[in-house]
Design a protein around this ligand. Structure first.
Ligand SMILES: [Mg+2]
Length: 326
């Protein structure tokens, strides 16, 4: 996913780690611009982190506001939260709120609902790419049949179309899948088509229109709110501007009564926000398939057990990078 590791060190000897987006394009923004802006700034509270966030956002406006600049800013923001947590000997969740859920319900993202059921997950989301072939509709209905049977009546079924449907296709799919009580359709249109998504909310029955992983900062989510584009928001905390942006997005969501289920919420960066705020008690866990092997970039990250993921009590985000991969 083109992620970057950001490291911030303090003159008190603390080291904070963050996880940002944007890959190689993002690195010069952190090392060539943001680093010179934050050296010498104080980090004694989350308000200080917000001050730094605003400063970096403002200084990067000519080339930023969204996309790679915010993905870079996310990594810096998360590294500062990790640093502050370590300095205060608190988890990031406890820096956000004294009222922290210790265990979060997970849903699985991957094409194998039987594997998700075996893992004890109560929700399953399939990646779906539509090119218009009848066979793709047949396999989607077969997936829904398998998933509903495996997870039972109270399991949650979700479909991520990765912007491969259009308005008419989405309405038609709601009809084809009406028997399976799909919880949400995700990323049905491209993120600039807010009006189309707003329209769809009334055209797909009980299915929720979800999205937001390609939106950035509270400014972007203000626009989603203004248009009324989505039933469920899914900011990616390593892309949208970190915990600081996540908290501001949650303030807007609360005003509009919109549930927030962060993209990849079972990764520590989203998980601490989910645990400490009014986010839904639901974290996305990317499982891949049965034989998927992934590099372990972070040591200490919790894994779900029986469909629940617990946050660690270690300070900051409770993780350390696998140096051999850096
Ligand atoms: Mg998605």
């Amino acid at each position: 996913m083109w992620q970057i590791v950001v490291q911030v060190t303090s003159d008190t000897g603390q080291v904070g780690y963050g996880w940002g987006g944007g890959g190689k394009a993002s690195v010069p923004i952190v090392n060539g611009h943001f680093s010179e802006l934050i050296v010498g700034m104080e980090v004694n509270s989350s308000d200080d982190i917000a001050t730094i966030w605003d400063h970096l956002y403002f200084e990067s406006i000519p080339y930023g506001r969204k996309g790679v600049a915010l993905m870079a800013l996310s990594g810096v923001d998360l590294a500062l939260w990790d640093l502050l947590g370590k300095a205060e000997n608190k988890t990031v969740a406890h820096l956000i709120s004294p009222d922290v859920k210790s265990s979060i319900r997970c849903y699985g993202t991957g094409a194998d609902p039987l594997m998700h059921a075996e893992m004890g997950l109560r929700g399953t989301k399939t990646p779906h790419r539509w090119t218009g072939e009848q066979s793709e509709l047949d396999s989607l209905i077969a997936w829904a049949e398998t998933a509903r049977t495996a997870l039972g009546d109270d399991g949650q079924l979700m479909i991520d179309t990765y912007m491969s449907w259009d308005l008419e296709t989405t309405v038609a799919m709601a009809g084809h899948l009406a028997d399976y009580q799909i919880h949400w359709f995700e990323d049905v249109l491209n993120p600039d088509e807010l009006e189309g998504q707003a329209k769809l909310r009334n055209l797909v029955g009980d299915v929720n229109i979800a999205g937001g992983e390609h939106e950035f900062s509270h400014h972007g989510f203000n626009e989603i709110a203004r248009v009324g584009a989505m039933d469920i928001w899914q900011p990616d905390i390593t892309w949208c501007g970190g915990i600081t942006a996540g908290l501001r997005i949650l303030d807007i969501a609360a005003n509009f009564d919109i549930p927030v289920v962060p993209h990849r919420g079972a990764e520590v960066w989203g998980l601490h926000l989910v645990a400490a705020t009014a986010c839904e008690d639901l974290a996305e866990y990317l499982t891949g398939g049965r034989n998927t092997e992934t590099d372990e970039v972070w040591f200490g990250a919790p894994e779900p057990v029986d469909g629940q993921i617990d946050i660690s009590e270690s300070p900051g985000f409770g993780i350390a990078p696998n140096e051999s991969l850096l």
